[in-house]
Design a protein around this ligand. Structure first.
Ligand code: PXP
Length: 236
């Protein structure tokens, strides 16, 4: 199971004061040094954390695959087509949300999302779709011709009671197995931390976890290298 580290919240700290530090590109290089398998940045339409210069610099600076998270907004897709990151992960985006609130609806948005997927794949960029743990989403992802899906663990992570947690975990397990069976590379993420990840890593078919907030929060106290190493040790 691989680990992708999302460094958006290094940029959140920087943007809080409009300073030039801390630099998420340095964060990405240190996460790579600590042994993570890929670097993730989300270029949001409102540029609340990651900026255009960050994705341009990180693409040059890191050797591990760069996974650009983004919406299917035309301006953002054009930026990705120009930059040509190793991979993009398409996510839904709402202006007022604190963080991504759910997966893409591939049933409703099949045509619009499909067009973005086609443009990105034509440029040789790997495309992953962030979806909720539902079989109908997996069927559509497969039909759309992507190779990777990322299963949303957000509801599981936020569950306040044991029964809800169990129910959400069951949904994730079912979706992961269905996606794996249909030949998709299966990633998972959202809201994972050093505690709740222990249940998720038991699901053998998950090939990659993408984790951001909890790692960067721990890094404030112990440094990013230790925070990333600790997560890698849990996973391995
Ligand atoms: N995966 C996806 C698709 C996301 O949108 C995010 C948040 O940017 C993450 C993983 C990481 O989530 P978190 O910061 O809660 O670990």
């Amino acid at each position: 199971m691989k680990l992708g580290v999302n460094v958006d919240h290094v940029a959140t700290l920087r943007q809080a004061r409009g300073t030039g530090y801390p630099d998420p590109v340095v964060g990405a290089m240190l996460a790579e040094y600590a042994g993570c398998d890929s670097i993730v940045m989300h270029l949001r339409e409102d540029r609340r954390h990651i900026q255009d210069r960050d994705i341009a610099l990180v693409k040059e600076a890191v050797k591990t695959p760069f996974n650009l998270e983004m919406s299917i907004n035309k301006e953002i897709v054009d930026i990705a087509l120009n930059l040509k990151p190793h991979q993009v992960t398409l996510v839904p985006e709402k202006r007022r949300e604190l963080t991504t609130e759910g997966g893409l609806d591939l049933v409703k948005g099949y045509k619009r999302i499909g067009r973005a997927v086609e443009r990105l794949k034509d440029k040789g960029i790997g495309v992953s779709l962030f979806i909720d743990p539902q079989e109908r989403q997996i069927e559509k992802a497969k039909k759309m011709g992507v190779d990777i899906v990322e299963i949303n663990t957000g509801k599981f992570s936020q569950a306040k009671s044991a029964p809800v947690k169990r129910k959400e975990l069951k949904k994730i397990k079912g979706a992961v197995k269905a996606a794996d069976k249909s030949g998709l590379f299966v990633a998972a993420g959202h809201g994972l931390d050093y505690e709740n990840v222990k249940e998720i890593i038991k699901i053998k078919e998950i090939e990659e976890l993408n984790i951001g907030h909890s790692i960067i929060c721990r890094a404030v106290f112990v440094g990013i290298i230790s925070a990333v190493e600790e997560m890698i040790n849990l996973i391995r």
